[in-house]
Structure formats: C-alpha cells, structure tokens
Write a protein that binds this ligand. Structure first.
Ligand code: GLN
Length: 478
C-alpha cells in the first residue's frame, strides 16, 4: 500500500523508480475521495496542482536528476496558512473567498522542495478551539471513531495523516493545537520552540504564543519536515539567526544517560487514570534504555489555563481587528443595500462573519486590555507567565527533557464539550503551559484507552528539538 509508506520509504521508492510521484499522489487522492466525505478533513482540494507537481517531479526522476526528501510527496496544509492562488480562510466565514497572492514562508519552502500540495485542511475558526467544532466547515471526525472529535484546532491535519489522506501536514500550535489532535488521532506532532519556524503568511491567533510545526506518521518524518521548514526568515523578526541542526543525524544518537523529569503537577486529578499508567509504562521503557527518571515540580502549573485565557484573547482581540470587511474576504457591503457608512460595514461584516467562539475571545480580550482592567488582568497574567517560564528554566537546569501527558484523556464525543467553554479550555491544561514558556514539545502515540489512541508529551529546552525528537524516535521503535 503506497499510502502506508514513511517519508524515507516513499523517497527511496521514487528514486528506485518502484512507483512514480503521480501514482503515489493518485493513491492519496483516491483515499481522499473515499474517506473525506465521512471524516471532513479537507476543506479545499487542489488536485490539479498536486498532479501537475507530481508530473514535474516524475520528469526529473526520469532524467536521473537528484530529488529532495520531500520531493513528489503528497501533503496537506491547515487552512490558516496562505497558499498562493488557493482559497485560504482559517475556516472562518469572514475570510470566505480570500485568495492570497503569496505563499506563507513554510508553504513556499515545501513548494520549492517539490512538495505535492493536496489541499487545505480543517481547523477551528482562526485556530480557536480544541475539537474543530468552531470551524465554519463543521467538525472533522476522528478516523478511529466517527462519533468522536479529531481534536483541535489542527484536527484536519491530524485526521488527514491518520487516515492516509496525506503523508504529513503543516499545522500550528498556540496552546496545544498540534499536540492534542495528534494524540487523539494516533499520529506524531511537534510544537517547535517559539521562533524556530517562520510564521510569515500564517493567520495570527495570539502572536506571543503562535508556532508552526508538522504532524506526521512518525518521529523521523517530523524531523525531516522540520529540517525543511526551520530557520531564520527575514519576514518574521522572531526567528533568530541561529544554526539549524541536522535533525536526521541527531535521531541516530543514543539517549543513554539522559535525565528525564516527570513533573508531579501533570499527574493531577484531571488526568485519566489509564493515561497515568501509560505515562508510567513509558517512563519504564526510558529507564530500560538507560535514561534516568526523576520526579520534578513546576509549581505554577495550576495558573497556566487562567493566564493563557487572558493573554491569548488579549492578543486575539488585537489580531482580529484587521478583518473589517474592506481588506480581506467577506464583506457585507456587497449584499446589504442598507449600509450607512464605513462603521456600519465594519460592524455588520464582523457580526455576520465571525463565529461565537471568536466573538467571545474578542470580548474577553478587549475587556482585559481596557483602561482600568489592564493592570488587574493583562499585566497580572504577564507576571504569572514569567513565573511559569521560570519554572521551566529552573527544571531544565536539572533535567534534559520532561515526560507528561499531552491531553487529559482520549478523544471525546462530538458535542460533549460545546455547551461549556470552560470544559473545552481545560483540554489545554497539559499543553498551554509549554506555549507560555516558549519551549518545544512532541506528542507521540503511546497506547490506547477504550480502543482510542492517546499520546504522551516530551518537552525540551529552548531550541533543543533534537533531544525530544531523539527520545521520541527511540520510544516509538520500542
Ligand atoms: N485549544 C486552545 C485554544 O483554544 C489552543 C488552540 C491553538 O493551539 N491554536 O486556544
């Protein structure tokens, strides 16, 4: 089965001329045609573009030219990335009809390497959510059980990889959006260090927390995609000019002697007891491979959700200001003849274009930033964020990486958490602190609960993706 191959296997197959990129691409397209109507991962399909790229790659192979590792391999892109000449909406009605005139830096990199773009995949509206239920395109169902969510916000990315509708996917993580859906769908996901990968051309949610990373079938594939997208970009001032390691080579190195901490605050009463056992089992495996497991503490963990849900909405309220019915996508101006003035366009476009979760966050954020409340909420949250970050700085003086759950439990049922926003926000308890600290973290399939996959999370030091990838790769081969 062509769609089962890993990146390296598929690359080798193309080079050996065992099959062509067109054949591989068609195999994925066939899966999309069969499965997407049930799963609803793809929201825009670009099959013509995909086949055209595949043909070009096949020509290169026929001419015995060198091809890159990602060349000719079919992939999907979360709908919040700008893809030139392809509708890009962040799964929001307010961006309906918006066709970017340029590629996001990461998309451009993949395109320049000969990546085959199959289409855009579903996300919670502007990536706000943990289930894709806030998407204007409706929920993406979990390939392992269609009555359950695929997670979010990158549910389309995770479901597309899990159901072999894409080999890997480009996604974003602001508070858990790569790691939680990866865990729910039984695939691997990497949230990078803040600044490791350029965010240029991706619709911002909360700018001090937003990161871009891959979701893939396994850790080696994550490393290959990371290699392709990491590094400084003159269009994103948060990407430092530091060397990008050779992740692929790093994976081969031993993990013997590494110190891995388990923070006690993450084994709390919110955690599914079965998942706690999976964490313990994972720790045992690491011990057998020569790692030292130590108990550690991140004392400010309990404040992370409160802090995140002040800082993220504050930044959201500012980032959403640009959707005004004039510059991008949908405008009420074209359909409402009663429009009085410019303000009326703004108000009516935003009232109709944004869904309830986005509006909720704009209101919370505007409130938290307003005169009189700024010190009590936003400034206080920033101070506690510093303490949360310091917890990680302190613990990484003692250990090389941390092992925690990625989610409180396995995928929940569709509709189970939509009535109470706080219930949905609590999905992020084990992931949001990592975004507040800016460090990298990997979500890796580690077991099953009631037949549903669940992942564990491995958290690393700033700009030390190689260590967590190395640990993840050893674990998945055990
Ligand atoms: N679930 C979190 C939220 O709703 C995280 C979203 C994300 O990482 N984009 O804010």
């Amino acid at each position: 089965m062509l769609t089962k191959l890993s990146i390296k296997e598929a690359h080798q197959g193309l080079k050996n001329k065992d099959f062509s990129s067109e054949e591989l691409t068609n195999a994925y397209i066939l899966n999309i045609e069969e499965k997407n109507k049930d799963i609803n991962a793809f929201v825009f399909k670009t099959f013509d573009l995909a086949r055209e790229t595949a043909k070009q790659v096949d020509k290169k192979i026929k001419d015995n030219q060198e091809i890159s590792l990602l060349e000719g391999l079919p992939m999907s892109i979360k709908d919040c990335f700008c893809v030139k000449d392809v509708e890009s909406t962040a799964s929001s009605n307010i961006l309906k009809g918006y066709i970017p005139s340029y590629d996001a830096t990461t998309v451009k990199k993949v395109r320049n390497l000969g990546g085959v773009i199959l289409g855009k995949v579903n996300t919670d509206e502007f990536t706000m959510g943990a289930s894709t239920e806030t998407s204007a395109f409706g929920v993406t169902k979990n390939p392992h059980d269609l009555s359950r969510v695929s997670g979010g916000s990158s549910g389309g990315s995770a479901a597309s990889v899990a159901s072999e509708m894409a080999m890997y996917s480009l996604a974003t993580d602001t508070g858990g959006s790569i790691r939680q859906p990866a865990s729910f769908c039984g695939v691997a996901g990497l949230k990078v260090t803040y600044g490791r990968v350029s965010r240029f051309g991706v619709m911002s949610m909360a700018s001090s927390l937003d990161t871009i990373g891959p979701i893939a079938k396994n850790v080696e594939d994550l490393a290959i995609v990371l290699q392709a997208i990491a590094g400084h970009d003159k269009y994103d001032a948060t990407t430092p000019q530091i060397k990008v390691p050779n992740y692929f080579e790093e994976l081969k190195k031993d993990i013997k002697g590494l110190k891995i901490g388990i923070p006690k605050e993450y084994l709390n009463d919110k955690l599914n007891p079965e998942l706690k056992k999976i964490i313990e089992k994972t720790a045992q495996k690491l011990k057998k491979m020569g790692c030292e497991i130590v108990d550690v503490s991140l004392p400010h963990t309990e404040y992370a959700i409160a802090v995140y849900y002040i800082i993220a909405p504050s930044e959201i309220s500012s980032n959403m200001a640009r959707y005004d019915g004039i510059r991008f996508g949908y405008s009420v101006e074209k359909e409402d003849l009663e429009i009085k003035d410019l303000l009326d366009i703004y108000n009516k476009t935003r009232a109709k274009g944004f869904g309830p979760e986005v509006k909720r966050r704009i209101m919370i954020g505007t409130y938290a930033l307003s005169a009189g409340y700024y010190d009590a909420y936003y400034k206080k949250a920033q101070k506690v964020r510093t303490l949360i970050k310091k917890d990680f700085d302190d613990v990484f003086e003692k250990v090389d990486a941390l092992l925690t759950p990625a989610t409180p439990g396995p995928a929940f049922k569709i509709g189970e958490k939509t009535a109470d926003p706080l219930e949905m926000y609590l999905e992020d308890i084990f992931t949001a602190p990592i975004n507040l600290a800016g460090v990298p973290a990997l979500s890796l399939p580690a077991g099953k609960i009631d037949g549903m996959p669940v992942g564990v999370q491995i958290i690393g030091k700033h700009f030390d993706e190689e260590t967590i990838l190395k640990i993840g790769s050893k674990l998945e081969n055990k």
